[in-house]
Design a protein around this ligand. Structure first.
Ligand code: TYD
Length: 142
């Protein structure tokens, strides 16, 4: 599975580091929402969903965590442990986020506002959804 990691240029000097993220430049979509997770309880696995249309870039701005990405055919695990590195998650990818370090702060940049209708929260529904997408003639998607 092809995974797109974005490495952000830190603007470091003797005061420390600074990373700036701009839509369409560092982030491949218009940023319409930012949220972040912190103080994650030890052993918790978050996510367990896919999005029909939403695109995201996730950045572990402090600490570390792992993300399992699944496109219905292949799965891969990516470690996020650098504040200047992001993982691009296209729509239609199932994700599970785990192994949060106690100090982890996971920031998510999202291409749209929160919309529960965009979520697929059941794995069997997700596989059905992918099958339906595959079966849809291209012209019907236009
Ligand atoms: P949830 O979707 O359970 O998080 P995840 O699946 O990524 O582990 O979200 C937790 C709660 O936060 C839930 O009540 C919905 C709310 N929420 C918002 O209000 N806005 C948001 O942008 C997000 C991502 C969640």
């Amino acid at each position: 599975m092809q995974v797109i990691k974005c490495v952000f240029q830190p603007h470091g000097d003797n005061r420390g580091q600074l990373v700036a993220l701009e839509e369409f430049k560092d982030i491949p979509f218009r940023i319409r929402r930012v949220y972040y997770m912190y103080e994650t309880t030890e052993g918790v696995i978050r996510g367990f969903h896919a999005h029909k249309t939403l695109q995201q870039v996730v950045v572990c701005v402090h600490g570390s965590c792992k993300i399992r990405l699944d496109n219905g055919k292949e799965k891969t695990v990516i470690t996020l442990d650098k504040p200047n590195e992001g993982l691009y998650i296209p729509n239609s990818f199932w994700r599970e986020i785990f192994d949060f370090s106690p100090d982890a702060v996971l920031m998510v940049l999202a291409s749209d506002l929160y919309d529960e209708n965009d979520y697929i929260r059941n794995y069997d529904d997700y596989l059905e959804y992918l099958k339906k997408c595959d079966d849809t003639p291209l012209a019907d998607n236009l």
